[in-house]
Design a protein around this ligand. Sequence first.
Ligand SMILES: Cc1cc2nc3c(=O)[nH]c(=O)nc-3n(C[C@H](O)[C@H](O)[C@H](O)COP(=O)(O)OP(=O)(O)OC[C@H]3O[C@@H](n4cnc5c(N)ncnc54)[C@H](O)[C@@H]3O)c2cc1C
Length: 232
Amino acid sequence: MACEVQLVAQTPAPERVVASAAKLCYSPSRASDIFLGPGDESVVFFLKKLRSIGHLSPFEHASFTFAVDGLSRVASHQLVRHRLASFSQQSQRYVKMTSAAAVTPPSVSALPEAKDIFERQLSSAMDAYGRLIALGIPKEDARFILPHGAETSLMLTMNARELHHFFSLRLCRRAQWEIRDLARKILALAHKAAPALFEPSGPSCLTQGRCAEAQSCGRPFSSMEEILSEDS
Ligand SMILES: Cc1cc2nc3c(=O)[nH]c(=O)nc-3n(C[C@H](O)[C@H](O)[C@H](O)COP(=O)(O)OP(=O)(O)OC[C@H]3O[C@@H](n4cnc5c(N)ncnc54)[C@H](O)[C@@H]3O)c2cc1C
């Protein structure tokens, strides 16, 4: 099963917050007087200008919080390397794992023999976990037998600057498929909530017209639609 992502909270009027903060940098006005009103056409102008000159700190004023379910611990381990984000993850120390819920990679699902091996091993691990718990082994110790692919739930908050950075790394075709799938879902939600903040966003082939990887995949993205319509 692919992960599910919901946007559960965000800075109100995020585009105007970022544009107003930027405008203040270049204006003699008082901070309290500068807030741009709804429909102010200079919002898009300021956001584009900031991106073009690399003045990205105003993007830190807008934050987005996402609820993520059904992600593997393989992917969550990669996700939490993003140090400027905030995370709260369901604990295997306090929460007893009750089902054999684990993410099955598409390559495994596609091959019946591989799927059979995968499911047997998963079932065996979950059975052993249950028997260890029944013997009184604490959850924090029994969890050592759980698979790396076990599903997890987490909440994450990133500001718009960190989201752009996250997308630049994790929407690259060379990133791992599950975190790419997560990044795509987060981008779709963030873009819907604040299009001008995230237009465009993605790997450097799209946003800068050049590949930042040592080894290019040779297939640069030409639009956000292309990124968002990809399958894992
Ligand atoms: C395709 C791919 C393959 C990877 N493979 C591996 C691997 O094999 N092994 C591995 O260990 N990791 C791997 N990673 C993880 C990678 O090394 C980073 O830890 C991860 O992508 C987070 O990136 P970041 O540090 O730029 O992001 P964030 O932690 O979100 O930081 C954002 C930016 O803030 C700045 N920053 C944050 N913290 C500091 C700090 N302490 N000091 C100075 N500047 C800071 C940096 O400019 C940084 O780019 C891989 C990542 C990708 C995308």
